[in-house]
Every structure is written in C-alpha cells, then in structure tokens.
Ligand binder design. Structure first.
Ligand code: C2E
Ligand code: CA
Ligand code: CA
Length: 728
C-alpha cells in the first residue's frame, strides 16, 4: 500500500469525504435530473394552460357579447340610435357585467355609432379601436354579405375576434353583428350594425387569471425577462404578430421535492461519511498496529533490549559499511569497552542491580560519544564506532570514557564503583571488519593485563603476546588436569621475637615444558580469567593440608592465598572445611590470605564465607596490606586476624618516615588485636628494625626462600626439635 493511503487523515477524513461526496452527488444528481424533467413538463403544461385560457377568453368575450347583440330590442334601439339605451344595454352594462373595457357600435359602413370607454385616460379612444378593428370588421361584413350563418349550438351569430395591440396595450377585440333573436326582424345581409367589444389582457384580467389558475406573479410584458425562474408564453394576433408575453413564476414541483428531500440526502451523505470514517479508522488502527509490530521486530533485531543501544549485528553491519568508505574519507576507530569487576557486582548485588548498572554505563557512553555508534555486544561488553582524524583524538576520547566510567553510580541505594578497560583499533586501508574487531579485542586484553582503568591501542606486537597467552590458557588447563607440571613451594614465616618458624605460606609453582618456570603473577590472573582459579586454589590447599598431615608432629600453621573469585564462589567455605577434615586438621592451623578488595568491596558473599570459616576456627590475613586504596583505619576494622605488611613498606624502612609508618601500622593493628607479618624481608638490617618496631612475624628471602616440599618437610622435622631455626 502506498504510504499516503495509510495515513490517518486520508483514511479517516479524505477517503470518507470523497465517498460521501460521491454518494451524495450521485444521489442528488439523479434526483435533480428527474425533478428537472418533471419541472420542465410542469412548465410546459402551465404554458399550454395559459394559451388555452386566452383562447377561451376570446370565445368568452364573443359569447358575452351575444347576450345583448342577439336581441330584437337591440336591433331596434341601435337602428333608432337610442344613445341611452345603447349605453345602458350594450356599453356600461357589459362593462359592469362582463368587465369589458370598451364597447363600440358601428354601422355597416364602419361608422362610429356609439362608444363606451371604461377608463378614457388610460386606454385607446373609440376611433383608434375602430381603426385597429377595421380589418376584423370588413372580414365579418364579407361573411355577412355572403350570408354565412352561425354553426353549432352555443354560437348564435358569426363573429370575428383577435388579439390586437391597442395603443401599446394587448387586448381581445371581438366584433359581432346585432341581430334578431326571434327572427321576426328581417335585416338584409350586410346591413347589420356591428358591436365591437374590447378586453385588455393586462390590468383586471390579469389578476383574475392569476387567482383562477394560480399563476404566481403573473404579468403582461412587451419583452420577456430572461431568468431561470420565470416562464412566459407569447400572445400573437391572428396575423402572427407578437403583441407581448404573459410572464409568471412557474410552479416547479421538482424543486420543492428537492427541497423536501435535500436534508435526507444530506443525512445519507453524513452517514456515509461517518461509516467510512469509522471503517477508515479501523483500517488505520490495524495498519498502525501492524506497522508498530513490524517496527518492534526491527527494533528487536537491531537493538539491545536492555539498553536500547545497537546490538552486535547492527554494530557489525555498520562497521562493514563504514569500512567500505574508509579509504576516501577520514579514519574510523573501533573501541571495545569492557567493565572491570562487573561480574562481582552481579554476583554481589544481584542481576537487577547489574542491569541498572549496565543501563547507567550505556547512558554515560552515549553522553561522552554522542556522534558515535555505541553498541552493546552482550554482558558488560560495549563497542564504540567513531569517526576520527588521528590517534590523539581517539586516545583523548578513551581517557574521557575511563574517567567517566570510574565515577561511582548510585543504584538502589548502593554506591557502586566499577571501572573500564578499553581496547582500540584504527582502520587502515584494506582492513576488514572481522580483523578490525579482532584487533580491538586483542588491545582490550592488553589494557586489562596492564591493570584496570586502562586503554590500549592495537599494535602488531600484541599479536605475539596474545598468542602466548592463549597458549598458556590451554597449557594451564592441561597442567591442572595432569598435575605433573604444577607444584607448591612453601615459604616459612618466623616469629620476630625468637626466630622460631611460626607458619608457612603455600605458593604455587608451574614448570612449563617449553617456557620453564612461570610466575604465579602471570598464571594466577590467567586462571582467574578462564575459570581455572578454583581448581588451582583447591589443588594448592590440598597440597598444603597434605603437607601438614605428612608431618603430624610439627604444629606450625600454614597459609594459602585465595583470590576474590574463589571466596565469592558458592560453597567455598564448605570445600575448605571438607579439605581440613579430610586430613583431620584443626581449622586453626589454616590461615587464608585475601586481598583488600575481597575484604572491603564485595561485602556479602565473601563476608559470609569468611564469617563461617572464622567461626570454624580458620584464620584470615590481609595480604599486601597498604597496597590498595582503602584507608588503614578501614582495613583494621575488618573481620581478619592478621595483616601482612607489604614488601614496599619494608623496602622503604630506611627512607624518611618509613620506619615510623610501619610502627604506626603495627601499633594500630595491635590495638585492634591483629597480628602483623612483614613481607619481603631481604636484609638482616630490615629484619632487626622490623623486630624492634614490634612486628609479630617476618617473611622474606633473608629468612628463607620458598622451599620445595621435600625441603619443607625437612625443615618441619627440625622445627619439632625446638631449635632457633632462622636467626643464626
Ligand atoms: P604473595 O602472596 O605476596 O606472595 C609472596 C611473594 O613474594 C611470593 O612470590 C614470594 O616468592 C615472594 N617473596 C617472598 N620473600 C621475598 C623477598 O624477600 N623478596 C622478594 N623480592 N620476593 C619475596 P610468588 O611465589 O612469585 O608469588 C607471587 C604472588 O602470586 C603471590 O604474592 C600471590 O599473590 C600469588 N600466588 C602465589 N601462589 C598462589 C596461589 O596458590 N593462589 C593464589 N590465589 N595466588 C597465589
Ligand atoms: Ca600471600
Ligand atoms: Ca604478599
């Protein structure tokens, strides 16, 4: 359907109007045509009627005359030229009785014997009438001379009549001989006196006609009016000369029918309009809802339902199109934005909060990059497709995004802080969309590896790093499966006071078949990211517990490192306690080292695990104390037993304020009932200072490097004997 035809105004107004107008028009047209025809016929009938009436009038005038002209007395008195008699019986009498306007009596030579003029000032004189009537008179005389007699029953005498013009007025002029009614008075044919009667067609006659035959506005005119609502019929003399016209307003029954039917037709039209409008509205509604669901489908296919941003398909399609133009126009950059710690937010606060956070992030991205195509690929992954002039521009934008996304969000009463890492790739001629997104992904990986809240622009060196990393991922999975390349070393921790070994820290080792020893600083994050960390942690825990079980006479404790993901995973506490009971170990011999982030950020889940483990007797330590962002005061309030003062502080002991700082930490910890361990003690000097500052225990290469299992067991056996192992 054409677009216009689906528009609401067209369907509900224009189309119904057209249909209604057509319906009304056709109906009205048909009606008009039939009424016009009937009106035409009516007018013709009125014309015929008027002509007939005039004919009849002519006969009537002649007939009226005979009531006095066919009469013995009249013959006698006229022959005697008795003026009084003529006046009372043939002149005035006819005027009063028949309303004749004039009467003349002529002798057989045409001489005027008597005249009666009703309104002498307005009408023709007797002489004029005689002159005008002369042709009629002579015609009648010829007939009389010829001895013609009246035929028929009603007409008593021969006569002549005509419609004639008398001084500009049309009149019926009738001439009759004055003859005997009894037949007793003999007159020689042609010698009879004649009676002329005149009746004007205008004036009194007109109003009589109008009332008798119901002609509206009947008038006698010399020239007919040219108007639609006026009819006329011409008045002609016997010779065919037109004297004038009767003119009237014809009765048109059709027009009155139309007037009567008009409202009905209008009603039909309005009804048709309303009906059509109603139908049109229904059609429009249907087509609108159809269009809406089509739009919705399209929206669903192209957009992310949660944020309303474009989805992966749209992003990819747009990128392909954009790259096709990239050679001629300025450059284009793809940014992969990945939230840091989003999974933790989801796990900690629940999915509704996670969703709200994603929406908030979407809004912020749209705000920062209004001209870009911002899409959500799923989860906490966003992409930004932006036209750029140069690298500096992209870097500035990336920096702004990171700054904006690390601002805390207030969601359902929780103040939530996440950050973002961004990977960027720039279009180069001939680069395909798949390759470009792959590059952005690699750059993102590098940004994450460099620490959170960083961005990285793709460079070719990243390929190699990525390849290596992918390899490590698979290799680590294999290593964990086989258990052959992995091992655990144990670094003793000594009491600062007497140098006796107080515990050991289990540290994971990986001997890669081709790369050799790989640092846990490298493989632990990999394990965290590819979901292997729990397996790894459990492996180390088992090694640690089995070590203690192997040397039952040694009562030192052992500590393991646990990453945030492990602690928040459901069932962590149970797994730990199960492991302890498997080796019949007192939970108090185990200490779990956690980071500040675990202890502070993700309150609920980790806190629950920590709480139940502590209740069972397991102890906790904050590892790398002082390296995070939390204040010391905050940290010391946490639900732990020990803090491990980071190597950085130990390294700074000789610097200005270094020692007092450590002393303050130790004092505060002691005040809160926490034990302290100093990490990374590398010199005897450091060892002595730390001991004097009040640290409870010390750990570091100066005292002992991490030892393999065999060496550790040896050390543990010596410890049994109670000698001062560490301090010479
Ligand atoms: P960390 O928990 O701080 O462990 C101490 C690290 O410092 C160990 O490195 C240890 O060898 C090293 N170290 C000890 N004394 C000295 C010293 O005097 N000087 C210097 N320079 N270094 C010293 P390692 O074994 O490479 O472990 C690195 C990090 O890997 C650990 O730091 C820990 O965070 C993590 N890690 C190790 N094993 C595990 C594990 O089983 N699970 C988890 N989640 N993390 C682990
Ligand atoms: Ca540690
Ligand atoms: Ca540490």
């Amino acid at each position: 359907m054409n677009r216009m035809f689906r528009q609401k105004p067209f369907l509900t107004v224009v189309l119904p109007l057209i249909v209604a107008t057509l319906t009304t028009g056709l109906l009205f047209g048909a009606l008009l045509l039939s009424t016009l025809k009937s009106d035409e016929a009516a007018i013709q009938r009125q014309r015929d009627l008027l002509s007939l009436v005039i004919d009849k009038l002519e006969d009537e005038v002649a007939h009226n005359q005979e009531s006095a002209t066919v009469w013995d007395d009249a013959v006698t008195h006229v022959q005697q030229r008795n003026q009084d008699w003529m006046s009372s019986n043939l002149g005035e009498w006819m005027h009063t009785y028949f309303r004749h306007d004039a009467a003349l009596i002529l002798d057989n030579q045409g001489g005027l014997v008597y005249e009666f003029i009703a309104e002498p000032s307005k009408t023709a004189s007797g002489v004029t009438i005689a002159n005008v009537a002369a042709p009629l008179v002579s015609k009648l005389q010829q007939r009389l001379v010829a001895g013609e007699v009246a035929s028929g029953t009603t007409i008593l005498s021969v006569g002549e009549s005509d419609l004639l013009d008398l001084d500009g007025r049309a009149a019926i002029v009738s001439v009759k001989p004055i003859v005997s009614d009894s037949g007793e008075i003999e007159q020689e044919p042609g010698t009879e006196n004649l009676h002329v009667a005149v009746r004007y067609l205008d004036g009194v006659l007109l109003s009589e006609l109008a009332t008798d035959y119901q002609f509206e506005n009947l008038a006698f005119v010399r020239t007919p009016a040219v108007a639609a609502d006026v009819s006329n019929v011409s008045v002609r003399s016997g010779s065919g000369q037109t004297i004038g016209y009767f003119q009237w307003q014809p009765f048109t029954p059709g027009a009155s029918v139309i007037q009567a039917v008009y409202p009905v037709v209008l009603l039909v039209g309005v009804s048709a309009f309303l009906l059509m409008s109603f139908l049109g509205r229904a059609i429009w509604r249907r087509s609108r809802s159809l269009a809406a669901s089509q739009r919705e489908l399209r929206q669903l296919a192209m957009h992310d339902p949660l944020t309303g941003l474009s989805n992966r398909t749209t992003f990819y399609r747009t990128l392909v199109q954009r790259l096709e133009r990239a050679d001629t126009e300025n450059g284009v950059a793809v940014m992969f934005v990945d939230l840091d710690h989003f999974k933790e937010v989801n796990d900690t606060f629940g999915h509704p909060v996670g969703d709200a956070l994603i929406k908030e992030v979407a809004n912020r991205l749209l705000e920062i990059a209004p001209s870009a195509l911002v899409s959500r690929l799923g989860g906490d992954e966003f992409t930004i497709l932006q036209d750029v002039d140069d690298l500096v521009e992209v870097e500035l934008l990336a920096g702004r995004i990171i700054e904006k996304l690390r601002l805390p969000s207030q969601i359902e009463g929780n103040l939530i802080t996440v950050g973002a890492s961004i990977g960027i790739s720039l279009a180069v001629p001939g680069l395909e969309a798949t390759e470009m997104t792959r590059r952005a992904d690699i750059a993102l990986y590098h940004a994450k590896a460099a620490g959170r809240n960083k961005f990285a622009v793709f460079g070719s060196h990243m390929e190699e790093v990525l390849r290596r990393r992918r390899m490590l991922e698979t290799d680590l999975a294999i290593a964990l499966e086989t258990g052959t390349q992995l091992g655990v070393h144990f670094q003793p921790v000594y009491a600062a006071m007497d140098g006796r070994m107080s515990s050991m820290e289990a540290l994971c080792r990986w001997m890669h078949p081709t790369f050799g020893a790989i640092s846990p600083d490298v493989f632990v994050p990999i394990a965290e990211e590819c979901g292997l960390i729990q397996k790894l942690g459990l492996y180390v825990l088992e090694e640690a517990c089995s070590l203690l079980a192997d040397v039952p006479d040694c009562d030192v404790g052992i500590s393991v490192n646990a990453s945030a993901i492990e602690l928040m995973a459901p069932g962590y506490a149970l797994r730990v306690l199960t492991m302890l009971s498997k080796f019949s170990l007192d939970p108090s011999r185990l200490e779990i080292e956690i980071t500040e982030r675990v202890a502070t950020d993700t309150e609920d889940k980790a806190a629950a695990a920590i709480r139940s483990l502590r209740e069972a007797g397991v102890r906790f330590a904050i590892d790398d104390f002082g390296m995070g962002t939390s204040s010391f005061g905050q940290l010391l309030n946490l639900n732990v037993d020990r803090i491990k003062i980071d190597k950085m502080f130990v390294d700074q002991l000789h610097e200005n304020g270094g020692a007092p700082l450590v002393e303050a930490i130790v004092q505060m910890a002691r005040h809160k009932g926490l034990k302290t361990t100093a990490e990374g003690v590398e010199t005897a000097d450091q060892r002595e200072i730390l001991a004097s500052l009040g640290c409870d225990s010390l750990q570091g290469f100066e005292l002992s490097k991490p030892l393999n299992r065999i060496d550790t067991k040896k050390l543990m056996s010596k410890h049994e004997s109670g000698s001062r192992e560490a301090f010479g």
